[in-house]
Design a protein around this ligand. Structure first.
Ligand code: HEC
Length: 216
């Protein structure tokens, strides 16, 4: 009887010790978990990404005299390379009138450059022939008008430059992506596309007509 009680007591104390041990290792586990979270949380701190900064001319208390984050623009000055005084070239307009003639010489190289830029920036919507059925439109973007409608055939060339510069309706501006000379090159290439849809045999140089009339 006595030996039985002893065994029970022994077993009980063993069990107690074990439970205590388990609890300790549980605490240890919790501690490890907390430490891991704390460590990974420090690894996720994004303060290199979120630094305080101000945009040029934005209101800020950095400069006391003008309450901006940068120095004010100096009156009556133009930054180097930003004169843009040639209104016909940089705006496609003189006053409010769209220019009707190219403000630079149009060469074969201009047209080839224009075709290349057009196929990159415009053809996805306007289609490679300017009919307004590019792939983006075929997938649901609003369809632009064809370049071959009378209104756009008769539009001054400054209109095409202006549309690229300012955007037009749902079409956004390309001023950030296509520099002025390339905008003119594209406008020249649009004229080529328009011409290609509205030509007769009489427009083909005489010595090349026979080649067109020859059956395939
Ligand atoms: C993301 C599609 C998209 C791209 C790319 C795009 N356009 Fe357009 N464009 C349009 C849409 C849509 C309209 C019609 C806008 C409206 O009427 O609201 C339009 C209209 C025009 C018009 C006609 C404006 C008028 O008088 O009706 C011209 C010209 C034009 N785009 C030229 C260009 C040129 C040049 C490029 C390349 C630099 C270009 N677009 C790139 C979608 C595009």
């Amino acid at each position: 009887m006595i030996s039985l009680r002893r065994t029970v007591v022994k077993l009980r104390s063993k069990a107690r010790k074990e439970i205590a041990g388990l609890a300790r290792s549980g605490a240890c586990l919790r501690l490890t978990l907390a430490a891991t979270i704390a460590l990974s949380a420090t690894a996720c701190r994004r303060d290199m990404f979120h630094q305080p900064y101000s945009r040029p001319l934005e209101k800020s208390d950095f400069f006391r005299d003008n309450e901006m984050g940068s120095r004010p623009l100096v009156a009556h000055t133009v930054a180097r390379g930003h004169l843009d005084a040639d209104s016909a070239f940089y705006r496609g307009k003189i006053g409010t009138n769209l220019v009707d003639a190219f403000p630079m010489a149009v060469t074969r190289e201009t047209l080839e450059r224009g075709r290349e830029r057009f196929e990159i920036y415009c053809a996805p919507c306007h289609g490679r022939t300017g009919e307004g059925n590019g792939l983006i439109v075929q997938r649901g973007y609003p369809a632009p008008p064809s370049y071959h409608i009378d209104r756009l055939r008769n539009a001054p060339v400054g209109h095409f430059y202006d549309v690229m510069t300012q955007g037009y309706g749902v079409m956004y501006s390309y001023a950030q992506r296509v520099e002025p000379m390339d905008r003119w090159a594209i406008a020249a290439y649009i004229r080529v596309l328009q011409q290609s849809h509205n030509s007769t045999l009489a427009d083909v140089p005489a010595d090349q007509r026979a080649a067109l009339e020859r059956p395939k």
